[in-house]
Ligand binder design. Sequence first.
Ligand code: ADP
Ligand code: ADP
Length: 228
Amino acid sequence: MILMKDVYKTYANGVTALNGINVDIKQGEFVYIVGPSGAGKSTFIRLMYREVRPTKGSIYINDVNVNEIKEKRVPLLRRDIGVVFQDFKLLPKLTVYENIAFALEVIEQPPSLIRKRVMDVLELVGLKNKARFIPDELSGGEQQRVSIARAIVNHPKIVIADEPTGNLDPDTSWGIMKILEEINDRGTTVIMATHSKEIVNTFKNRVIAIEDGLIARDEHRGDYGYEN
Ligand code: ADP
Ligand code: ADP
């Protein structure tokens, strides 16, 4: 479902972030992206939802070459991909409910479906009782759970998380992992960049290590493989 063939990325300033990436990720996999800072993890992830364009090579999402689709079709591609960020990126003036509903309002879903979907994802992330709170009234872990709820409310086939536990303490991170594992058990492909040795070595999944813009390791149920 995600296929990269000989992908290179050199930024406008001349920095080469990716140096010939080949990868094949199947529907339903859970994949960690690990590696040192500056290795190319974020670039790798951003290519999938066309936040970054490759300098050379092809990226296919469900047999569609994402670099060849027209600009006006990019939102359609992104409907299939839910993205979760380290810093949550919630809208500060909207309630939890509104932050999540917004993702469906922009694609003009009927109000009855919006209400049902939002309540279902709030249940999944355990925040039904905080639907009327605004982000500032929540802990970091709760805000991350809202951002996961927003990412999955449209039932995307892929969830991409760029260091989702980077700002959270270990106990809170555990709760986030349980939710991502649950989403994966329901059939969603999960791609997660992380610097957490504890998480990777505890919740065993495929591990792709990127070093100097290349895939240095690709292991089924792998280890983190770095000291921290
Ligand atoms: P990380 O992905 O490790 O959390 P960032 O995405 O903030 O961190 O940045 C990773 C590296 O990329 C940093 O060294 C940063 O200086 C560099 N970087 C990020 N954005 C730009 C940019 N627009 N221009 C130049 N360098 C950038
Ligand atoms: P990682 O996520 O592993 O930290 P990145 O993909 O963020 O790595 O960065 C890989 C390399 O590309 C780094 O050298 C970084 O400085 C550079 N880089 C990242 N984003 C940009 C950008 N927007 N413009 C220029 N250079 C960038």
